[in-house]
Design a protein around this ligand. Structure first.
Ligand code: AMP
Ligand code: MG
Length: 519
C-alpha cells in the first residue's frame, strides 16, 4: 500500500457546509462542501509526472500500483481523508458572476513532504454542489493540455500549479467543442492537480459579496498563517501586508508569462491563484507569431479582453477586485490604493528590465524595446525562435549578417517587403551598437540570454498532435513532450525538430490557434 504523510488543514480549520448532500445549490457561510469523487467506469493511467510523484513522497513503483490508480482516478477515497469542493465566486469577463466554486474539482487531501505542503485535487471526477448546469467531467484533450502545460511552466520557472497524473475515466463526455451546435461524445479524463493551496481571489470575493465578514476573516487568517508565514504584523496591517504579498506574486507571474509568450486566455478572478500560480489551463496558448493582440480563446474573440498585451493590465484589474474583497478587514482604502498605484509604476519598469535581460543588455532601454515590438509586429515573427537565435549573435557582426541569421524566425521571409526589411535592419543596427557599448563577451551574454529565452515551449500544435494520437489510443508523444519540456532552456540537439515554426497545417486548425472554454 502506498503511504502518504497526510496533513489536512483546509477542511479541518475552516468552516464546512453543513449540508452533506451532493445537490447543486448556493452554499452559505462555508468555505467548502464535502463531496466524494464519482467512480469512473474503467480508469486507465496514461501518464505520471515522475518529478511530482517524488515531490509528494512516492517512488516509481508506487505510481504503478493499483492503489495509485484507485486514488487518483477517484475510484477509492484514501482512509481517514475527507474530500471536498471549494466555494468561490468571481468576475467572469469583467462581470460579477456570483457563486462559482469547484464545479468539477475535488480536493482529496494535503500531504506534507520535505517540509512542503501539497494539496492534491482531481479535476473531472464528477459533479459537486458547485457544478451549476454542467456535468463535473473533463475531456481528454483539455486534460492533456493541462497536464503537459502545468509541468512545462514549472520547468520554465513560471509559477504554476502542477500535475501529478493523467487518467482516462473510461466514460464518454458530451461536448460542443466550438459552441456551434455540434455536440459529440469525447473520452473523459481525470487530472490530479497539485499546489500548496488552490485558494483563488474568488474565495475571498464570495464572502465579501455576501457581507460575511466572519468567514472572510477566517479564510484570510488561515491563508496568511499557512502560506504567508513571513507576515508577522498584527491587526489591520496584517491584511494589508497580505494584499501586498499577493500583489507581488501576481506581478511576478504575469511578468513571466510575458517573458515566455504565454497567453492564459481566461483571466477571470476565479482563475487567479492567491499564491500567484498559473492556474486553470483552459483555452491558453503560446505566442508563435509575436502579436500583442493575440488570444487563442474564441469565446473572447470580439473583445479580446484577455489578449497577450492586456495581461498585465487585467492582473491589475483583478487585484482591484481582491482589494475590494479584503477591504472589510481593513476599512481604509488608502493602503490598497497605494499598493495598486505602485504596481502600475513598477510593472512598466520591471517589464523593461525583463525585456532588456531577454535581449542581453546591461541596462534597460525603453526606446529600443518599443522599437523591437514594432518590428516584431511588422511581419509574422516567431517569438521563441527570434529570441533564442538572437542569443547566438556575435557583437562584431553587421546588420546584414544578423538579419540573415534570424531568417528561421520569420514566417514569410520570401514575401517580406523592402520596408519591413529596412525596419529590421535599422533595429539590428541599433541593437548591435548597444551590444558593443556594453562590451559583454559574446559567450557570457549568450549564456545569460539562454537562461531566460527558452528553446522549447509547448507550441499549440505540439499539444494538439499529442491529443490527436491519444484519441486513437497512442500515448508515446505525451511522454516525449513531457521529457522535452523538462529542460526547455537546454539545447537538446536530438530534439531540434521541435525548434521550428508552427507548420502551416496548424495555422487555422481548431485546438492549435482556436480554442473555446469547452473542456
Ligand atoms: P473555468 O472557465 O474553467 O474557470 O470555469 C468556470 C466555472 O465553471 C468554475 O466554477 C468551474 O468549476 C465550472 N465548470 C467548468 N466546467 C465545468 C464542468 N464540466 N462541470 C462542472 N463545472 C464546470
Ligand atoms: Mg476556473
Amino acid at each position: 500500500m502506498i503511504q502518504f504523510n497526510v496533513s489536512d488543514t483546509f477542511n479541518r480549520f475552516l468552516p464546512a457546509d453543513e449540508n452533506p448532500s451532493n445537490s447543486r445549490r448556493q452554499v452559505m457561510e462555508a468555505c467548502y462542501s464535502f463531496v466524494k469523487p464519482l467512480k469512473p467506469s474503467k480508469p486507465e493511467l496514461i501518464h505520471v509526472s515522475d518529478e511530482m510523484a517524488t515531490a509528494i513522497g512516492l517512488n516509481l513503483k508506487d505510481t504503478k500500483s493499483e492503489a495509485f490508480l484507485d486514488i487518483f482516478s477517484g475510484t477509492k477515497v484514501l482512509d481517514n481523508t475527507n474530500p471536498y469542493a471549494m466555494c468561490y465566486g468571481g468576475h467572469q469577463f469583467g462581470q460579477w458572476a456570483g457563486q462559482l466554486g469547484d464545479g468539477r474539482a475535488i480536493n482529496l487531501f494535503e500531504v506534507l513532504h520535505n517540509k512542503q505542503r501539497w494539496a492534491l485535487q482531481l479535476k473531472g471526477a464528477g459533479p459537486t454542489p458547485y457544478s451549476r448546469s454542467a456535468d463535473g467531467f473533463a475531456v481528454l484533450r483539455s486534460s492533456i493540455r493541462e497536464h503537459l502545460c502545468s509541468e512545462a511552466m514549472h520547468h520554465l520557472n513560471v509559477p504554476s500549479t502542477r500535475s501529478l497524473s493523467l487518467m482516462l475515466s473510461g466514460d464518454q463526455v458530451l461536448r460542443d467543442m466550438l459552441y456551434n451546435g455540434n455536440a459529440a461524445y469525447e473520452k473523459g479524463a481525470i487530472v490530479c492537480r497539485v499546489a500548496p493551496t488552490f485558494i483563488r481571489f474568488g474565495n475571498f470575493q464570495i464572502f465579501a459579496s455576501r457581507q460575511d465578514v466572519i468567514r472572510l476573516k477566517q479564510l484570510a487568517d488561515y491563508t496568511i498563517q499557512h502560506f504567508f508565514p513571513a507576515i508577522n504584523v498584527e491587526g489591520k496591517a496584517r491584511y494589508i501586508a497580505f494584499f501586498e504579498a499577493v500583489l507581488e506574486l501576481t506581478f511576478k507571474m504575469v511578468l513571466n508569462w510575458q517573458r515566455v509568450g504565454f497567453v492564459h486566455g481566461v483571466m477571470n478572478t476565479d482563475n487567479m491563484s492567491i499564491l500567484g500560480l498559473t492556474i486553470d489551463y483552459g483555452p491558453y496558448g503560446w505566442l508563435e507569431g509575436y502579436d500583442k493582440n493575440w488570444t487563442p480563446n474564441t469565446t473572447d474573440r470580439q473583445q479580446r479582453r484577455y489578449r497577450f498585451g492586456n495581461q498585465p493590465g487585467i492582473a491589475l484589474w483583478n487585484l482591484y477586485q481582491l482589494a475590494n474583497a479584503l477591504y472589510p478587514l481593513v476599512e481604509d482604502a488608502k493602503p490598497f490604493e497605494n499598493a495598486l498605484e505602485k504596481y502600475q509604476d513598477e510593472f512598466l519598469k520591471a517589464y523593461m528590465k525583463m525585456m532588456s535581460d531577454k535581449l542581453g543588455l546591461k541596462n534597460a532601454n525603453e526606446k529600443l524595446i518599443l522599437e523591437l515590438e514594432n518590428v516584431l509586429m511588422s511581419t509574422e515573427t516567431d517569438m521563441t525562435i527570434f529570441f533564442r537565435l538572437l542569443s547566438k549573435l556575435k557583437m562584431n557582426s553587421n546588420k546584414e549578417e544578423a538579419f540573415e541569421m534570424l531568417e528561421p524566425a520569420f514566417y514569410d521571409f520570401k514575401q517580406m517587403t523592402v520596408q519591413v526589411k529596412v525596419g529590421w535592419k535599422d533595429w539590428l543596427d541599433k541593437y548591435l551598437l548597444r551590444l558593443n557599448e556594453d562590451n559583454w563577451l559574446d559567450e557570457d551574454r549568450s549564456r545569460a540570454m539562454c537562461a531566460l529565452n527558452p528553446k522549447y515551449v509547448l507550441r499549440n500544435y505540439m499539444a494538439q498532435m499529442a491529443i490527436d494520437e491519444a484519441n486513437e489510443g497512442r500515448y508515446a508523444l505525451i511522454d516525449e513532450i513531457y521529457q522535452l519540456l523538462k529542460y526547455p532552456y537546454d539545447e537538446q540537439p536530438e530534439n531540434e525538430k521541435w525548434f521550428a515554426r508552427r507548420p502551416e497545417w496548424a495555422r487555422h486548425k481548431v485546438g492549435c490557434s482556436m480554442l473555446s472554454c469547452s473542456s
